[in-house]
Design a protein around this ligand. Structure first.
Ligand code: OXD
Length: 313
């Protein structure tokens, strides 16, 4: 079978080129170095490796059959007006769980130790002692108990939190964590000290955490968003943080990224802002995941980590 050309529209395309040249030198790669003006030869290709494809790239590929996402979240691809659901979409799975769980535990402990205050005091050479409670026994709800949420739930349980998960339908016991359906979220929120948001962004999850739901949380609650900004109504979150109706937030994702320099989040003393780094970026892993699927694609087997268009992830 002659080799199928693979189009690459990725910010790290040169790294992918190097890795693929090493591991699969037979593949003919077509790089979109200027994605707004991709090379004409992409028109003949049926495979695209991408993170957030430029509309011109999708438009320029009438024979497109399969897109492999280098990331876990695929909403940017699904929402592109030029993306057709007749195309198969796969994502890089099994990459992020461990590191995202470390992010959660690390920043949860940092918030519990009042790290923002400690750093501020240190910068002002100010010696202020206070007691630090244990996190053991805190009630934690993982909103989105999938592959990533499951790893987070396990690690939080490992440090003594009482963890429950919420998923679309509930009832998945594989992670040994009680898994409630989304319909029970409102009942769980008043009993949640730590809310970890890892649901994919879909029409069903967009804006799901609004003022009403945020106000169901207890006054000490910590919200951690590692998913996508628009899952939480940003202005509502700012308000509950400003009025201290919740305890604080650790935010890795925002409606607009990079976060605007005048966003109130930067200044809030009960917030830690991180620049969308909770999910690891690992080109070596992504390349392996792509190559495994390429092998399957070539031999007509079912691909791994196929996105379900009905559920949006
Ligand atoms: C992803 C991310 O979706 O890093 O992979 O946000």
């Amino acid at each position: 079978m002659p080799d199928l050309p693979v189009v690459v529209d990725e910010p790290d395309m040169y790294e992918y080129r190097a890795l693929l040249a090493e591991q699969a030198p037979h593949i003919r790669l077509i790089l979109c170095e200027d994605p707004a003006h991709p090379p004409a030869e992409i028109a003949e290709a049926e495979i695209l490796l991408t993170w957030r494809p430029h509309p011109a790239v999708l438009q320029g590929m009438p024979r497109l059959k399969w897109v492999h996402s280098t990331g876990a979240g695929v909403e940017a691809i699904l929402r592109s007006p030029h993306f057709s659901p007749t195309v198969t979409l796969t994502r890089t799975g099994n990459m992020a769980g461990r590191l995202m769980a470390e992010y959660v535990v690390g920043f949860l402990l940092a918030m519990n130790f009042q790290m923002p205050l400690l750093i501020q005091n240190q910068m002002q050479h100010h010696w202020q002692r206070f007691n630090i409670p244990t996190v053991e026994g805190l009630r934690c709800t993982v909103l989105g108990l999938g592959e990533i949420g499951g790893a987070i739930a396990q690690m939080c349980k490992g440090i003594g939190l009482e963890v429950v998960g919420v998923s679309r339908t509930g009832g998945d016991t594989t992670a040994e964590i009680p898994d409630y359906p989304l319909s029970q979220l409102d009942t769980l929120l008043p009993n949640t000290d730590v809310l970890i948001v890892v649901v994919p962004l879909t029409p069903a999850t967009e804006g799901m955490l609004d003022a009403r739901r945020l106000n169901l949380l207890p006054g000490n609650a910590l919200v951690m968003n590692l998913s996508r900004g628009p899952v939480i109504v940003e202005q509502d979150l700012i308000e509950v943080l400003q009025t201290r109706s919740i305890g604080g937030a650790v935010l890795d994702v925002f409606d607009q990224e990079p976060l605007a320099t005048d966003s109130p989040f930067w200044e809030l003393p009960n917030v830690i802002v991180t620049p969308h780094i909770a999910g690891p970026y690992d080109a070596v892993f992504c390349t392996q995941s792509f190559l495994q699927n390429l092998e399957r694609y070539r031999s007509g087997q079912k691909l791994n980590h196929v996105v379900n268009y009905e559920h949006g992830y």
